[in-house]
Design a protein around this ligand. Structure first.
Ligand SMILES: Cc1cc2nc3c(=O)[nH]c(=O)nc-3n(C[C@H](O)[C@H](O)[C@H](O)COP(=O)(O)OP(=O)(O)OC[C@H]3O[C@@H](n4cnc5c(N)ncnc54)[C@H](O)[C@@H]3O)c2cc1C
Length: 441
């Protein structure tokens, strides 16, 4: 029996892989619903996503959708949507193709010419900062206004605080990118990433379906309080019972993993406990305009607490069919004290934004609406606020080098391997196939 602690996407994906391989498991989830940060809710007829907005419809993901019986509710985002950056007082279109970028006013001609030298520059070095890597390859301007906000926005982290070997390097390897980003893009022959997709009732349909499939192997309202050694395995301590397990997999946020490992693996516990998370405020806004596109990111040179906005009505809102003009936007506010590129700009307004914990939802909603109006010119009304935290994948991740866990204890989590949903499923497949084949403790 394998005990999986945590019923977010990491734990559920692993549960599914283990069951497929004929291995018995139980998924212990502290909360009253599966899915962790994947959380969709309805408000006034609008579907709000507090976690991921979309997944990529890769071949393995499409197979999963079919196996879970979700094909009928699958929605694909239109493929012709552009992306924007906010820079110098206006939104600028950034087509995600080399040719399109050449025609865009998001960067100057000087910046475009500089970017064209990219194939002549050296490939990534594991030890360099992500900001230095992108600036060295593409030039400071393209980095600061386009690539930096796009990449850093995934984590809510300043790329100046990220190290290639600890974060970006894995992505480059997985995408088969060697020396040149531009040549890799051209080699793809204009073929973009697989389409973005979601479900009629939102992304939470996915963990719900996974949990349904796992049946009573998923136990909700079951917080794990401790893990203790026992002869030949582990005891998993819940509030009112103790479960024996051959192996334990931690699929929980890093602070929880650090707490559970404190007694059985003190060194691992203190390394994991030092990983930084970025607070994030997700603010849903309604506006009387339906801007068309994927959304926008804010240039790193702009002193805004707003880091990006997704045009949610455009992605999966059936944009063609609607008669009214109501647009649904998802705004992401970054923590002013953590998200600024080192020494390059003041972040936000320190009086209004000393960090999120001190602020009510009402204050954050007003702040997001103000920032939205400044960037787009349109008034917006806040609908709801969520406050997830994102693993920063910054320099603090160097503590994980040489991490050792006791035999029979494993980790699958968005702070341990690629955080995106595709990464969570890939890690589940790898862990189920390899590590758990090893004899138990
Ligand atoms: C705002 C946001 C937007 C995102 N957007 C995208 C996107 O568009 N596309 C994409 O691919 N990815 C996206 N991601 C990333 C992706 O959604 C997450 O990395 C992934 O869902 C995390 O899953 P997880 O299971 O590792 O962690 P979590 O979702 O954090 O799950 C951990 C689970 O452990 C449980 N737990 C905690 N303590 C205990 C305990 N003691 N005992 C038992 N259970 C416990 C928690 O209740 C929780 O359910 C986004 C993430 C966020 C936050």
């Amino acid at each position: 029996m394998i005990a999986i602690v945590g019923g977010g996407m990491s734990g559920l994906a692993l549960g599914r892989e283990l069951v497929r391989r004929g291995c018995e498991c139980v998924v212990l989830e502290a909360g009253d619903r599966p899915g962790g940060v994947v959380r969709s809710e309805r408000a006034g007829g609008l579907l709000l996503e507090n976690g991921p907005q979309r997944a990529r419809l890769t071949v393995p993901f499409a197979a999963l959708v079919d196996e879970l019986g979700l094909r009928e509710s699958l929605i694909l985002a239109p493929e012709d949507l552009d992306f924007f950056v906010y820079r110098n007082g206006s939104l600028r279109r950034v087509p995600l193709s080399v040719r399109g970028l050449l025609a865009s006013d998001a960067v100057s001609w000087r910046g475009k010419l500089r970017a064209m030298l990219e194939p002549l520059t050296r490939g990534a070095r594991d030890s360099e900062r992500v900001a230095d890597f992108f600036s060295r390859k593409l030039g400071r301007e393209l980095y600061e206004h386009v690539v930096g906000p796009l990449y850093g926005g995934l984590y809510g982290t300043d790329p100046g605080e990220m190290i290639v070997g600890l974060s970006l390097g894995g992505l480059l390897r997985d995408m088969g990118i060697g020396r040149s980003l531009v040549l890799a893009r051209l080699r793809a022959g204009g073929v973009g990433p697989p389409p973005a997709c979601s479900f009629a009732e939102g992304m939470e349909s996915l963990p719900r379906a996974l949990a349904r499939d796992l049946g009573d192997r998923v136990r909700l309202d079951s917080p794990v309080r401790a893990i203790e050694p026992r002869p030949g395995g582990w005891s998993v301590v819940l509030d009112d019972e103790t479960l024996p397990a051959d192996a334990v997999v931690l699929a929980v946020p890093a602070p929880v993993a650090a707490r559970l490992l404190r007694k059985i693996a003190p060194d691992a516990s203190s390394r994991i406990g030092g990983l930084r998370y970025n607070p994030l405020a997700v603010v849903h806004l309604r506006a009387d305009t339906r801007l068309r596109g994927i959304g926008f990111q804010v240039s790193l040179a702009e002193p805004r607490t707003l880091r990006g906005v997704t045009f949610s009505h455009c992605l999966f809102g059936g944009e063609g069919g609607r008669r009214d003009r109501t647009g649904l936007y998802t705004a992401y506010l970054g923590d002013p004290s953590r998200a600024s590129p080192a020494g390059t700009r003041p972040m936000g307004d320190p009086v209004r934004s000393p960090g999120f914990s001190a602020h009510t939802d009402e204050v954050l909603g007003t702040l997001a609406a103000d920032e939205f109006r400044r960037c787009t010119g349109y008034a917006a009304e806040p609908l709801a606020v969520a406050r997830p935290a994102m693993p920063a994948w910054d320099t603090s991740w160097s503590a994980l080098r040489g991490l050792r866990l006791p035999a029979g204890v494993h980790i699958t989590a968005n702070w341990e391997s690629r955080p995106g949903l595709a990464g969570r499923f890939a890690r589940a497949r790898g862990l189920a196939a390899d590590a758990l084949r090893a004899p138990p403790a």
